[in-house]
Unconditional design. Structure first.
Length: 124
């Protein structure tokens, strides 16, 4: 490594190195951080705290489809089953999914819990 140590007028030790070596160090640090993030995800997945989501679900969410409907269908639930799990009327859930009504925060939380997703997953 072509590092050079210089001492500032205040006595602070500074290391100067070629830009290519600095870039390699930054890349190595980013790779290590990425590796740690992947390992954390794998551990959370093994504990059931994360899940893999099919590309088709992600594509529907990114296309702007109603998030509750996408997650409900992904979970294999009908409107009535989800409404029952969330403790709300089926008609109310249908209206929320159709965009005719906005769900109250507590209602959206119950729907998210019934779908085993976060509030951000359905309200984001």
């Amino acid at each position: 490594m072509g590092a050079q140590v210089i001492v500032s007028p205040s006595g602070e030790r500074l290391v100067v190195l070629p830009e290519a070596e600095y870039a390699a160090l930054v890349e190595a640090a980013e790779d290590a951080a990425d590796g740690a993030a992947v390992e954390t995800f794998r551990q959370r997945l093994a504990r059931g705290e994360e899940e893999l989501v099919p590309a088709s679900v992600v594509e529907r969410l990114l296309a702007g489809e109603n998030r509750i409907r996408v997650w409900r269908e992904h979970r294999g639930l009908g409107v009535g089953a989800l409404a029952e799990r969330a403790g709300i009327a089926q008609a109310y859930l249908s209206q929320i999914e159709a965009g005719r009504r906005e769900g109250r925060l507590d209602t959206l939380r119950r729907i998210a819990d019934a779908l085993s997703v976060t509030l951000d997953d359905i309200a984001g």
